[in-house]
Write a protein that binds this ligand. Structure first.
Ligand code: ZN
Length: 280
Protein backbone atom coordinates (compact mmCIF):
# COMPACT_ATOMS: atom_id res chain seq x y z
CA UNK A 1 0.00 0.00 0.00
CA UNK A 2 1.30 3.45 -0.89
CA UNK A 3 2.27 5.68 2.00
CA UNK A 4 0.24 8.86 2.63
CA UNK A 5 3.22 10.88 1.42
CA UNK A 6 3.20 9.14 -1.98
CA UNK A 7 -0.59 9.48 -2.28
CA UNK A 8 -0.29 13.15 -1.52
CA UNK A 9 2.53 14.06 -3.94
CA UNK A 10 2.10 11.28 -6.47
CA UNK A 11 4.44 9.92 -9.08
CA UNK A 12 6.09 13.26 -9.87
CA UNK A 13 7.27 13.56 -6.30
CA UNK A 14 8.69 10.05 -6.43
CA UNK A 15 10.61 10.75 -9.62
CA UNK A 16 11.98 13.97 -8.12
CA UNK A 17 13.02 12.15 -4.97
CA UNK A 18 14.70 9.38 -6.97
CA UNK A 19 16.59 11.87 -9.13
CA UNK A 20 17.80 13.68 -6.01
CA UNK A 21 19.03 10.46 -4.43
CA UNK A 22 20.75 9.29 -7.62
CA UNK A 23 21.61 12.44 -9.53
CA UNK A 24 23.92 10.25 -11.57
CA UNK A 25 24.44 6.53 -11.36
CA UNK A 26 28.22 5.95 -11.16
CA UNK A 27 29.17 3.53 -13.90
CA UNK A 28 32.32 1.96 -15.36
CA UNK A 29 32.12 2.29 -19.13
CA UNK A 30 34.81 -0.13 -20.27
CA UNK A 31 33.74 -3.80 -20.24
CA UNK A 32 35.11 -6.41 -17.83
CA UNK A 33 38.21 -8.19 -19.08
CA UNK A 34 38.05 -11.93 -18.46
CA UNK A 35 41.04 -13.91 -17.25
CA UNK A 36 43.01 -11.23 -15.37
CA UNK A 37 41.64 -11.60 -11.82
CA UNK A 38 40.20 -8.09 -11.91
CA UNK A 39 37.80 -6.73 -9.33
CA UNK A 40 34.31 -7.05 -10.81
CA UNK A 41 32.68 -3.92 -12.19
CA UNK A 42 29.64 -4.68 -10.01
CA UNK A 43 31.81 -4.58 -6.89
CA UNK A 44 33.34 -1.19 -7.82
CA UNK A 45 29.97 0.30 -8.81
CA UNK A 46 28.39 -1.01 -5.60
CA UNK A 47 31.10 0.67 -3.51
CA UNK A 48 30.70 3.93 -5.45
CA UNK A 49 26.98 3.89 -4.65
CA UNK A 50 27.42 2.73 -1.05
CA UNK A 51 29.98 5.45 -0.25
CA UNK A 52 28.93 8.62 -2.08
CA UNK A 53 31.36 11.54 -1.63
CA UNK A 54 34.07 9.03 -0.65
CA UNK A 55 34.47 6.40 -3.38
CA UNK A 56 34.53 7.85 -6.91
CA UNK A 57 34.58 6.20 -10.32
CA UNK A 58 33.62 9.33 -12.26
CA UNK A 59 32.77 12.98 -11.59
CA UNK A 60 29.39 13.89 -10.14
CA UNK A 61 28.11 16.06 -13.00
CA UNK A 62 27.81 16.20 -16.77
CA UNK A 63 30.45 18.78 -17.70
CA UNK A 64 32.56 18.03 -20.74
CA UNK A 65 35.72 17.48 -18.72
CA UNK A 66 37.97 14.47 -18.44
CA UNK A 67 40.60 13.48 -15.86
CA UNK A 68 43.65 11.55 -17.01
CA UNK A 69 45.29 9.55 -14.22
CA UNK A 70 48.68 7.79 -14.20
CA UNK A 71 49.57 5.06 -11.71
CA UNK A 72 52.60 3.24 -10.32
CA UNK A 73 55.26 5.94 -10.80
CA UNK A 74 57.34 7.92 -10.51
CA UNK A 75 59.45 6.06 -13.06
CA UNK A 76 62.75 7.38 -14.47
CA UNK A 77 62.11 5.93 -17.96
CA UNK A 78 58.43 6.75 -18.46
CA UNK A 79 57.58 9.75 -16.33
CA UNK A 80 59.89 12.37 -17.97
CA UNK A 81 58.60 11.81 -21.55
CA UNK A 82 55.01 11.80 -20.26
CA UNK A 83 55.59 15.10 -18.43
CA UNK A 84 57.00 16.53 -21.66
CA UNK A 85 53.89 15.58 -23.63
CA UNK A 86 51.52 16.93 -20.97
CA UNK A 87 53.48 20.19 -20.84
CA UNK A 88 53.44 20.51 -24.64
CA UNK A 89 49.61 20.36 -24.55
CA UNK A 90 49.25 22.46 -21.39
CA UNK A 91 47.37 19.66 -19.62
CA UNK A 92 47.47 18.76 -15.94
CA UNK A 93 46.83 15.19 -14.79
CA UNK A 94 46.67 13.23 -11.55
CA UNK A 95 49.52 10.86 -10.65
CA UNK A 96 48.88 8.08 -8.12
CA UNK A 97 52.35 7.21 -6.95
CA UNK A 98 53.77 4.35 -4.89
CA UNK A 99 55.48 5.25 -1.62
CA UNK A 100 58.44 3.01 -2.49
CA UNK A 101 59.10 4.87 -5.75
CA UNK A 102 58.62 8.36 -4.29
CA UNK A 103 61.22 7.33 -1.73
CA UNK A 104 63.59 6.03 -4.43
CA UNK A 105 63.04 8.86 -6.96
CA UNK A 106 62.27 11.92 -4.80
CA UNK A 107 63.47 14.43 -7.41
CA UNK A 108 61.18 12.93 -10.02
CA UNK A 109 58.19 13.12 -7.67
CA UNK A 110 59.07 16.78 -6.99
CA UNK A 111 59.31 17.43 -10.74
CA UNK A 112 55.78 16.04 -11.29
CA UNK A 113 54.50 18.34 -8.55
CA UNK A 114 56.48 21.33 -9.86
CA UNK A 115 54.90 20.84 -13.29
CA UNK A 116 51.53 21.53 -11.68
CA UNK A 117 50.12 18.02 -11.59
CA UNK A 118 48.19 16.56 -8.66
CA UNK A 119 49.71 13.68 -6.72
CA UNK A 120 47.83 10.97 -4.88
CA UNK A 121 48.69 7.93 -2.75
CA UNK A 122 48.70 4.53 -4.51
CA UNK A 123 49.90 2.46 -1.46
CA UNK A 124 53.51 1.74 -0.53
CA UNK A 125 54.27 -1.36 -2.62
CA UNK A 126 51.08 -2.27 -4.51
CA UNK A 127 49.59 -5.14 -2.47
CA UNK A 128 46.36 -7.04 -2.99
CA UNK A 129 44.65 -5.16 -0.18
CA UNK A 130 41.67 -7.51 0.12
CA UNK A 131 43.90 -9.87 2.10
CA UNK A 132 45.20 -7.20 4.50
CA UNK A 133 43.82 -6.38 7.93
CA UNK A 134 42.78 -2.76 8.41
CA UNK A 135 45.78 -2.21 10.67
CA UNK A 136 48.32 -3.53 8.15
CA UNK A 137 46.53 -1.77 5.28
CA UNK A 138 46.69 1.55 7.11
CA UNK A 139 50.07 1.36 8.78
CA UNK A 140 52.18 -0.46 6.17
CA UNK A 141 50.56 0.94 3.05
CA UNK A 142 48.51 4.15 3.31
CA UNK A 143 49.99 5.93 6.34
CA UNK A 144 53.52 4.82 5.45
CA UNK A 145 53.12 6.43 2.03
CA UNK A 146 51.53 9.56 3.53
CA UNK A 147 54.68 9.89 5.65
CA UNK A 148 56.91 9.51 2.56
CA UNK A 149 54.91 12.24 0.78
CA UNK A 150 55.26 14.51 3.81
CA UNK A 151 59.00 13.93 3.96
CA UNK A 152 59.74 14.23 0.23
CA UNK A 153 57.06 16.65 -0.98
CA UNK A 154 56.04 18.48 2.19
CA UNK A 155 52.36 17.54 2.17
CA UNK A 156 50.02 14.57 2.55
CA UNK A 157 47.50 13.81 -0.21
CA UNK A 158 43.73 13.50 0.27
CA UNK A 159 43.38 11.12 -2.71
CA UNK A 160 44.02 7.37 -2.64
CA UNK A 161 43.79 4.90 -5.50
CA UNK A 162 43.55 1.22 -4.53
CA UNK A 163 45.97 -1.05 -6.46
CA UNK A 164 43.95 -3.30 -8.82
CA UNK A 165 40.85 -1.39 -7.66
CA UNK A 166 40.82 -3.81 -4.75
CA UNK A 167 39.65 -2.40 -1.41
CA UNK A 168 37.30 -3.81 1.23
CA UNK A 169 34.28 -1.90 2.52
CA UNK A 170 35.90 -1.72 5.91
CA UNK A 171 39.06 -0.19 4.36
CA UNK A 172 36.90 2.37 2.51
CA UNK A 173 35.29 3.27 5.84
CA UNK A 174 38.70 3.60 7.47
CA UNK A 175 39.86 6.03 4.75
CA UNK A 176 36.55 7.90 4.94
CA UNK A 177 37.10 8.42 8.67
CA UNK A 178 40.61 9.76 7.92
CA UNK A 179 39.19 12.23 5.37
CA UNK A 180 40.74 10.43 2.38
CA UNK A 181 38.87 9.95 -0.92
CA UNK A 182 39.06 6.66 -2.82
CA UNK A 183 39.51 7.20 -6.56
CA UNK A 184 38.87 4.39 -9.05
CA UNK A 185 38.03 4.93 -12.73
CA UNK A 186 35.26 4.81 -15.32
CA UNK A 187 37.52 4.17 -18.33
CA UNK A 188 40.27 1.53 -18.09
CA UNK A 189 42.57 1.99 -21.09
CA UNK A 190 44.21 -1.40 -20.33
CA UNK A 191 47.51 0.17 -21.25
CA UNK A 192 49.28 -2.40 -19.02
CA UNK A 193 48.06 -5.06 -21.46
CA UNK A 194 48.56 -3.01 -24.66
CA UNK A 195 52.17 -2.43 -23.63
CA UNK A 196 52.87 -5.89 -25.05
CA UNK A 197 51.29 -5.20 -28.46
CA UNK A 198 52.93 -3.83 -31.59
CA UNK A 199 50.07 -1.34 -32.06
CA UNK A 200 49.51 -0.78 -28.34
CA UNK A 201 49.29 2.99 -28.73
CA UNK A 202 46.38 2.64 -31.18
CA UNK A 203 44.65 0.21 -28.81
CA UNK A 204 44.92 2.64 -25.89
CA UNK A 205 43.71 5.49 -28.08
CA UNK A 206 40.79 3.33 -29.24
CA UNK A 207 39.69 2.50 -25.70
CA UNK A 208 39.52 6.16 -24.71
CA UNK A 209 37.88 7.28 -27.96
CA UNK A 210 35.21 4.58 -27.67
CA UNK A 211 34.36 4.94 -23.99
CA UNK A 212 35.12 8.56 -23.03
CA UNK A 213 32.18 10.46 -21.51
CA UNK A 214 31.63 13.71 -19.57
CA UNK A 215 33.52 13.67 -16.24
CA UNK A 216 35.36 10.44 -17.05
CA UNK A 217 38.24 9.24 -14.89
CA UNK A 218 40.71 7.57 -17.26
CA UNK A 219 43.15 4.96 -15.92
CA UNK A 220 46.67 4.83 -17.38
CA UNK A 221 50.16 4.07 -16.08
CA UNK A 222 53.58 5.70 -16.06
CA UNK A 223 55.12 2.90 -13.95
CA UNK A 224 55.17 -0.87 -13.85
CA UNK A 225 56.68 -1.56 -17.29
CA UNK A 226 57.46 0.07 -20.63
CA UNK A 227 54.94 2.85 -21.25
CA UNK A 228 55.98 4.36 -24.57
CA UNK A 229 52.63 3.28 -26.07
CA UNK A 230 50.83 5.15 -23.31
CA UNK A 231 52.88 8.30 -23.90
CA UNK A 232 52.24 8.15 -27.67
CA UNK A 233 48.51 7.60 -27.15
CA UNK A 234 48.28 10.49 -24.68
CA UNK A 235 49.99 12.80 -27.17
CA UNK A 236 47.30 12.09 -29.80
CA UNK A 237 44.35 11.75 -27.42
CA UNK A 238 44.72 15.19 -25.89
CA UNK A 239 44.36 16.86 -29.29
CA UNK A 240 41.43 14.63 -30.28
CA UNK A 241 39.53 15.18 -27.06
CA UNK A 242 40.11 18.94 -27.16
CA UNK A 243 38.65 18.94 -30.68
CA UNK A 244 35.58 17.17 -29.30
CA UNK A 245 35.19 20.00 -26.79
CA UNK A 246 36.68 18.33 -23.73
CA UNK A 247 38.86 20.15 -21.25
CA UNK A 248 41.23 18.42 -18.86
CA UNK A 249 40.92 18.52 -15.09
CA UNK A 250 42.69 16.98 -12.12
CA UNK A 251 40.74 14.71 -9.76
CA UNK A 252 40.52 17.27 -6.93
CA UNK A 253 38.77 19.73 -9.27
CA UNK A 254 36.57 17.00 -10.73
CA UNK A 255 35.14 15.99 -7.35
CA UNK A 256 35.53 19.35 -5.60
CA UNK A 257 38.04 18.64 -2.83
CA UNK A 258 41.46 19.99 -1.84
CA UNK A 259 44.21 17.66 -3.11
CA UNK A 260 46.35 18.09 0.01
CA UNK A 261 45.57 18.07 3.71
CA UNK A 262 46.11 21.43 5.39
CA UNK A 263 49.44 21.50 7.26
CA UNK A 264 49.14 20.99 11.02
CA UNK A 265 48.85 24.30 12.93
CA UNK A 266 52.20 25.79 13.91
CA UNK A 267 53.25 25.27 17.51
CA UNK A 268 52.31 28.24 19.73
CA UNK A 269 55.11 30.72 20.29
CA UNK A 270 57.01 30.35 23.60
CA UNK A 271 55.53 32.46 26.42
CA UNK A 272 58.42 34.90 26.81
CA UNK A 273 58.47 35.63 23.06
CA UNK A 274 54.72 36.29 22.83
CA UNK A 275 54.87 38.52 25.92
CA UNK A 276 57.64 40.51 24.25
CA UNK A 277 55.57 40.89 21.07
CA UNK A 278 52.52 41.94 23.12
CA UNK A 279 54.57 44.56 24.97
CA UNK A 280 55.67 46.29 21.74
ZN1 ZN B 1 48.78 0.33 -9.73
Amino acid sequence: MASPWIRRFGAIGLVLLASLAYAKEPKIRTPFLEGWEQVSLEQMERQAKAYPEVYWIEGPGESKVVAFTFDDGPNPINTPPLLKVLKKHGVHATFFQLGMWVEKYPDLARKVLADGHVLGNHSYDHPYAGKLSNTVFWEDQVAKTQAVFQRVLGFTPTLYRPPYGEITDSQVELLRDKGIKVISWSVDTRDWLSARSMNGDAQIEGMVTQYVHPEAIVLMHDGGGPRDHTVEAVDRLIGNLKEQGYTFVTIDKLIGVAPQFAPPPAAPAPKAASAAVAAK
